[in-house]
Every structure is written in C-alpha cells, then in structure tokens.
Design a protein around this ligand. Structure first.
Ligand SMILES: Nc1nc2c(ncn2[C@@H]2O[C@H](COP(=O)(O)OP(=O)(O)OP(=O)(O)O)[C@@H](O)[C@H]2O)c(=O)[nH]1
Ligand SMILES: [Mg+2]
Length: 479
C-alpha cells in the first residue's frame, strides 16, 4: 500500500493554521483560539477511515523570527543549489535553541518526516515583509508546497495575496476553514494530489473514501432518526393511582415523566448524530420540546423553535390525504372541530396542559384493591411525529454541514417553512403511513429498512429546501 501523505500546516501566528488542520482532519478537539501562540508544538492528526489513514495533517506553531532565520540562511548559503542543506544545517544547529523553538518545531515535520507544506495566510489582513521571509524559507526547503488563503476577518486583500503567493507557490487556493463546504475539501485534496506524482493516487483514494463516508454517515443518521422517531412516538409510561391520590395530580406526574423521557431520547439522538460526524464538543442552542407556558404546539413561538410552519404541518398532514374530516382551512383558521377531528381539536386548544393531555393516549386499568393502573402513550397526535422529525432533520443538516474548525454553538432556531413540499407525493404518503403506524403502535420494526429509506428521502428534501432558501430560489408549492 502507498504511504499516506503528510502535510505540515505552517504560517504566521494566529492565521487559522489549527483551524485548517481541524477541518481537514475532522478533529474538533484541536485547540483554536483568538490569542496568537496557541499552538506551541507540532502535532500530527491523521484522518482515518475504516482503519486506513488517508492522509496526515501536522499542526505547527507560527513563525516567530522569520527574518532572523532567513538572515542566517543567507549568511550560510554559497549558492542556490545548497539551499535545502542550509535549512537542514540551521535546524541541526538550533534544535535546542529556545530563541528558534517555534521555527524548529515547524521545520521538524518538513525535514524529518518528508511532509509537504501548506502555507496558510489570512486574506483579511494585508501582506507584510515578514510573510516574504516566511515564504522564502519555505521555498528554500525545496519541498512541494501549496498556499491557502483563509479569511478570518471581513476585510479582503485576497487579490493582492494571490499575486504575491503565486510567485512562491505553484498552487494557491482560497479556503475558509470554518465555512468551506465539503466539495471544497475534496477540491483541496485533489490540489494536494497535484503537488507530487506519488501523492495523486492516495489522494484520489482519499476523496473517494470521504465521499463514500459522507453517504454512509447520512444513512447511519437516517437509521438513528428512524429509531428515535419510533421510540418517541411509541413511548408509553405507566403508573398507578392510589385510593387517596388525586387522579389529576397522578396523571400530571405521569405526563411529566413521559415528557422528560421524550426530551432525554431526543438528546440521545442529537449526540448520536454528532458522534457519527465526529463532533464531540458541540454546544447546542436548542429549545427543548416543551409544553410549558401559554404555547401550544401550534403557537407561533413554538413553530419557530421547532422549525416547522403551519403550512408545513398542513401539507404534512393533508398532502397524504390520510386524515379525513379536517381541511387545511381548519388548521390555518384555528377552528376547533371537536373530539373526532384530531388536528382541529388540537389547534383549537389554547392551553398547554390541555394540549399535552391530548398529545398521548390515556388508558386506565380496572380498580384493584383501591389502585388503578394508568398509562400515558403512545403519541396520539401525528403532528408530534412531524415535529420530532423536523427538529431532527434541522439538527442533522447543521451538523453534517459543520466544519470541525467551527467553535460557535449550533443554533437550531429557524424560521422553518415547508421543507416537506420538496418531498415527492409517494414519500409523503410513506412518511404519513410510518408516523401513523408508530402512533397506533401497530409496528414490529420489520419495515425498518424501508423506513430508513423514507427518512433518507426526507433528508434530501430538507437539504434541497435549505439550499433553495440559501440561494433565494422559491420552491414549488404543493399545497
Ligand atoms: N471566521 C473565521 N475565523 C477563523 C477562521 N480560521 C480561523 N479563525 C479564527 O482565528 C483565530 C485563530 O485561529 P487558529 O486556527 O487558532 O490559528 P493558528 O494559526 O493555529 O494560531 P496559533 O496556533 O496561535 O499560531 C481563532 O479565533 C479562529 O476561530 C475562518 O476561516 N473563519
Ligand atoms: Mg494553532
């Protein structure tokens, strides 16, 4: 097997070197900070898929004294042909010199491990003489090298950087470590492959692996979402009401247990999806499923938090034509249509307790020695399924599009319009049937693979809708 290539990520302090390493090695544990001098030692981060290392990125400290180093090199070099040896001689002599600690650390992987060079600059600050010294030193090593223009701030000097970098590096790319989409990661890896002939094959293999991994991660997430949806919609909690106990207090306690379990299961799903994408340190800003205060499931506030809209719910419930007796008007006008019309009844409900009471099914056992068993669940309201799913898709989408250099909390609040309109009619029907079966508790999980596929399609629909939102394209409405 061909040896996986290594790349030393080098540059001025505080220019996003560690951020580039974190994103390309998919490692969110790497220290990234606003203070210069965060990285003091070189450290290798391999990217491993299925036990195979595809490539290794080496994080390094920034140059501290590039001009002094260059002056030493110039003083010790007789001609252009001895430049790589002169850099080696500098390294040999100064390895234990604290004055050049950072320079020796960053040269170590290049000189000792034959690593290629990725020179990172910040395109939002202007070019300086210190950069010229850095680039000259790197050029003197004679190693294959590429430059990346990262942008930390909002100013843009990229054009000038491109001109300057183009004189020192054969390949110059713009790459924002925090926001670059997956396709750009692949493009960059292909660029690395052009640096040296023997790297082309392993890096082509690496991009293939990563594309496959991305597909697999989506399928694995669909599996987790399907399982969570199944658990949450079918959840039942049981208790018993004693002879002296108030029935309503006992019911409230039971209902609270049901809600707490739902939240716990949802958190478990979030962590599961984050772990699939190797995000282990995410802070989430997500309103928990809640029924407190004056909000009901259809309050504007709840809908915004849950990333669903009234139209979405209407489309979801009725596009499939699965529930009769209630029209879209009933939802949008908020009429109460009485007990027989599930959705209308919910919309008409003002109080949260009233709503929560109808979210799950109640059943009472016979009276035995003064005690009566009572059960809450499974979910009675199909819309609950759409809300759980909408929240899960939103979270999955953000996690799957998040680079490992990202350090901002994930914000899961959205204005949420009707992603479901991107879903084909057949899939809408499948989804409706899945949710219905789960709510009725008439499933034994035998169709799990088929459901995963349906959920996978909802993921595609959600992504499509997000992309349309981002580009301002108005999706075709199906209501
Ligand atoms: N917005 C934005 N911020 C970035 C990006 N890359 C880096 N930063 C921020 O810039 C700061 C420095 O990033 P690091 O990756 O730690 O930089 P470094 O070059 O490794 O720094 P040292 O190890 O101190 O030399 C951090 O606050 C990062 O969050 C980027 O692409 N976009
Ligand atoms: Mg660093």
């Amino acid at each position: 097997m061909v040896e996986a290539p290594s790349f030393a990520v080098v540059g001025h302090p505080n220019r996003g070197k560690s951020s580039v390493v974190a994103t390309l090695s998919q490692n969110d544990g790497i220290a990234i900070a606003m203070e210069p001098g965060t990285t003091r030692e070189s450290h290798a981060y391999p990217l491993t898929v299925d036990g195979n290392t595809l490539y290794t990125l080496i994080d390094t400290p920034g140059f501290q004294r590039p001009r002094k180093l260059l002056a030493w090199l110039e003083a010790h070099s007789a001609s252009a042909s001895d430049r790589p040896e002169t850099v080696q001689a500098f390294y040999n002599q100064h390895r234990d010199d604290p004055q050049f600690h950072d320079e020796c650390e960053l040269l170590k992987p290049i000189l000792e491990q034959n690593a290629g060079i990725i020179y990172v600059v910040d395109g939002s600050v202007p070019y300086s003489a210190a950069n010229e010294a850095e680039m000259t030193i790197l050029q003197w090593t004679g190693r294959p090298s590429l430059a990346l223009i990262n942008a930390i701030g909002s100013d843009d000097y990229s054009d000038r950087w491109e001109n300057a970098l183009g004189q020192y590096f054969r390949i110059v790319r713009r790459f924002n470590a925090v926001t670059a989409p997956f396709e750009q990661h692949l493009g960059l890896l292909r660029g690395f492959g052009q640096l040296e002939a023997r790297w082309e094959q392993p890096l082509t293999a690496a991009t293939d692996h990563l594309e496959h991994q991305r597909q697999q991660r989506q399928t694995d997430s669909a599996d987790l979402i399907t399982r969570a949806l199944s658990d949450m919609l079918q959840l039942q909690v049981t208790g018993s009401i004693g002879p002296t106990e108030s029935r309503s207090a006992a019911k409230q306690t039971l209902q609270q247990r049901w809600i707490d379990s739902q939240r716990k299961r949802e958190r478990q799903l979030r962590q599961g999806v984050e772990s699939i994408y190797q995000h282990h340190r995410i802070q989430r800003q997500e309103a928990e499923l809640h029924w407190a205060g004056d909000d009901d499931l259809f309050g504007d506030h709840s809908r915004a938090l849950w990333g669903v809209s009234r139209t979405h719910l209407a489309t979801a419930g009725f596009g499939a034509g699965a529930i009769s007796g209630v029209g879209v008007d009933a939802l949008t006008l908020g009429h109460s249509l009485g007990a027989g019309a599930l959705l209308g009844g919910i919309v008409g409900a003002a109080g949260s307790y009233y709503y929560a009471n109808r979210l799950g099914k109640w059943s009472m056992g016979p009276l035995r020695q003064g005690h009566r068993s009572v059960r809450f669940g499974p979910a009675a309201d199909l819309q609950f399924g759409y809300i759980v799913l909408g929240r899960a898709l939103n979270h999955w989408y953000q996690i799957s599009h998040r680079n490992h250099a990202g350090r901002d909390p994930v914000n899961l609040a959205t204005t949420g319009e009707h992603w479901i309109s991107q879903l084909g009619k057949d899939d809408q029907r499948q989804l409706q049937s899945l949710i219905q079966r789960l709510c009725k508790g008439t499933t034994d999980g035998r169709r799990h693979d088929q459901w995963i596929q349906t959920i996978n399609h909802t993921m595609h629909a959600f992504s499509q809708w997000q992309q349309n939102e981002a580009t301002g394209t108005s999706p075709a409405q199906s209501v």
